[in-house]
Design a binder for this molecule. Structure first.
Ligand SMILES: Cc1ncc(COP(=O)(O)O)c(C=O)c1O
Length: 307
């Protein structure tokens, strides 16, 4: 197996918080790097390659409140790189959450409509060409190189304890691909992997995650077992980033009861989806939820919380 090199950007290991005898939370919201989250793990690899390629700037894309865009902007700036962001949606008059932070840090921001978004890769290629010396990071940092971040996370988890089930949110598939590879590399076949998709559907993510893994296998000369991996569709609600009043209430209550702050786009849907899955499928044993960050998105829902 070939193992790529990486930067050291975040605090390791992230702690695991015990919620009950059967439920634990891996605190990747506390990666410790400026503003945290799961993307930092992927960026350790992606930004290493960006720097080695001689790029002066990184360009990536995401939704208007993208955590990935914000994490990339802060990590890149700290490493002396410029940042360009292609964001899906319209710029509101009042910038909030991740969008506010991306503006504050001076990222070069371009927005596109939902229709134009279909051609995001081509738009990014043209823009990178125009800017020069630019390294493109795909949506969510989700490619085979970025997935190594979650191979490392799995290696960390194995040293911290044994879990029967690991649950997490999926938005672009890199976290899932990395955890599948990490389970194989650490030979933790007794652990079931479960993800809750926050957009699209099971079929879309089966294709997306497995195509990242196909690439991973080819690039790093390793075979990855894909069994005992479950995509739990049905928790997207009305759509990506659309939060029901029930979800907003659940996030608020969990925060008040435990001090753990989830978000309405990713971790909230995944955490409460997980609770339903555990109950309806009568899963037993120890479950670990990976808190992949995203707290800043809450600011874009401030009117909903203050009701
Ligand atoms: C907070 C948060 N959790 C989970 C995810 C999903 O991770 P992935 O894109 O690797 O599927 C994302 C990004 O998409 C995110 O921002």
């Amino acid at each position: 197996m070939i193992r790529p090199e990486k930067l050291e950007l975040h605090m390791k290991p992230t702690p695991i918080t015990k919620i009950s005898e059967s439920l634990y939370v891996k605190r990747d919201d506390r990666t410790g790097f400026t503003l945290g989250g799961n993307k930092i793990r992927k960026l350790e690899y992606l930004l290493k390659e960006a720097i080695e390629s001689g790029a002066k700037r990184v360009l990536t894309c995401g939704g208007i409140q993208s955590n990935h865009a914000r994490a990339t902007a802060f990590a890149a700036k700290e490493l002396g790189l410029e940042v360009a962001l292609l964001l899906r949606g319209e710029l509101p008059k009042d910038r909030q959450g991740n969008l506010l932070l991306n503006s504050l840090i001076g990222a070069d921001i371009k927005t596109v409509s939902q229709v134009e978004w279909e051609d995001k890769e081509t738009i990014m290629e043209y823009w990178a060409e125009e800017l020069g010396d630019t390294y493109i990071i795909p949506e969510g940092g989700s490619n085979s190189l970025g997935s190594w971040g979650y191979v490392c996370a799995f290696e960390e988890i194995v040293k911290q304890g044994e879990f029967d089930h690991i649950f997490f949110a999926t938005g672009s598939g890199g976290t899932a691909a990395g955890l599948l590879a990490g389970r194989d590399i650490t030979k933790s076949f007794g652990t079931s992997l479960h993800t809750i998709n926050v957009c699209d559907d099971e079929n879309y993510f089966n294709n997306k995650i497995f195509s990242i893994l196909d690439d991973f296998e080819k690039s790093y000369e390793v075979k990855v077992n894909r069994e005992n991996f479950h995509i739990h569709d049905g928790f997207v609600g009305e759509g990506y980033a659309m939060a029901s009043d029930q979800l907003i209430g659940q996030i608020k209550k969990l925060c008040q009861d435990t001090g753990i702050l989830l978000d309405p786009v990713y971790t909230g849907k995944a955490f409460f989806g997980m609770q339903q899955v555990i109950k309806s499928q009568k899963l037993t044993g120890k479950a670990l939820f990976i808190h992949t960050g995203g707290a800043f998105a809450n600011f874009a829902y401030s009117d909903r919380y203050s009701k």
